[in-house]
Write a protein that binds this ligand. Sequence first.
Ligand SMILES: Cc1cc2nc3c(=O)[nH]c(=O)nc-3n(C[C@H](O)[C@H](O)[C@H](O)COP(=O)(O)OP(=O)(O)OC[C@H]3O[C@@H](n4cnc5c(N)ncnc54)[C@H](O)[C@@H]3O)c2cc1C
Length: 379
Amino acid sequence: MKPVVIIGTGLAGYSLAREFRALDKETPLTLITGDGGEYYSKPMLSNALAQGKEASALVLSDAAKMERTLDARVITHTRVEAVDRAARRVSWSGGTLDYGALVMALGASPIRLPLTGSGAQEVLSVNSLDDYGGFRRRLEKARSVAIIGPGLIGCEFANDLQQGGRRVEVIGPDPYPISTLLPEAAGRALQRALEAAGVGFHLGTVTGDIDRESHGYRVALRDGGDLHADLVLSAVGLRPDTELARAAGLEVNRGIVVDRYLRAGDGDIYALGDCAEVEGRNLPFVMPLMFGARALARTLSGEPTPVRYPPMPVVIKTPSHPVVVLPPSPGAEGEWQVEPVGEGVRALFHDPHGRMAGFALTGEACTEKQALIKAMESA
Ligand SMILES: Cc1cc2nc3c(=O)[nH]c(=O)nc-3n(C[C@H](O)[C@H](O)[C@H](O)COP(=O)(O)OP(=O)(O)OC[C@H]3O[C@@H](n4cnc5c(N)ncnc54)[C@H](O)[C@@H]3O)c2cc1C
């Protein structure tokens, strides 16, 4: 029997493998990954520094243990280079593998800004266990870090690094932190709390040259002035890894285009996780990939099952001022209503019919999360 082949051993690949094995103990299962195949929780990368955790401490199981747990083969340090849909075969330099069904769980890669200056090439990004290991080593001698990107991941790193004893400056063109997910009042509440903890924000501006100095870097700001930092971290967003799918002639938009069955075109090819665009939406978070993994495991074991998403709030790991947001669908009509709750805010998004279609809670208001989800589900 030809195996189910999963490319990628991130949370998407491994969650699917686990769900599939729970339903089907017979079909051979092979996972292929460009990295070492360690099973770890990627969200830990932005809250493990303050806890002093080494990269190895984040590994829950190595690839060999995953092979035993999943009764699967895990091929590590191997980048799949092509998918031959007609022959139902994947290939890489030095090998090929025939598949019965193929799942692309390729993830997303950090967007790299076209930075200039003598230190531009040394700007780091952290999107994998290996990146984290390298970042931690560089951090040992660093007292200050400049973060480019005031979004979700930039703010999580800012809080974690500040709690780990570093001076942190966050730079970006956005008017306020996490402006793509949060209404302004919620972003400002987070900004105030991080500033009170010692984080500096340089918003409404972008970096000019990043030049090497005797220690660290000089980061110029386009609106004038500059700052010094021992390390520069870029956190300006991720782009779904779609190249393999595009080269195989599959439809690609922002992510690999799939339907509710996570099916990419014809011929038993599927996509899951950060690389996938499910019915027009790329949702680069853990909850959607978990629901996707559960549905796809059923489909692959012979019971076609569409994915259905419940309300999926995003919990932002900024312990100085916790935030939870359930963003309204893109382009949804409606208005935010904001009320202060202690140092934080409760922001509710209502559609023109008065129905709640999203919320953002910060600080003390976060305790209302479950009640709001219930209210949305029963409305
Ligand atoms: C710092 C950080 C903090 C986060 N915090 C949160 C959070 O708090 N909550 C939340 O919900 N989400 C969070 N996220 C997002 C979440 O981690 C991701 O949505 C999730 O991990 C994506 O999993 P994935 O398996 O789709 O992709 P990835 O983990 O990127 O895995 C992709 C896999 O594909 C492999 N691969 C790619 N191309 C090839 C190829 N050609 N051949 C072979 N292998 C290949 C890679 O080696 C890797 O194994 C965070 C992300 C980051 C970066």
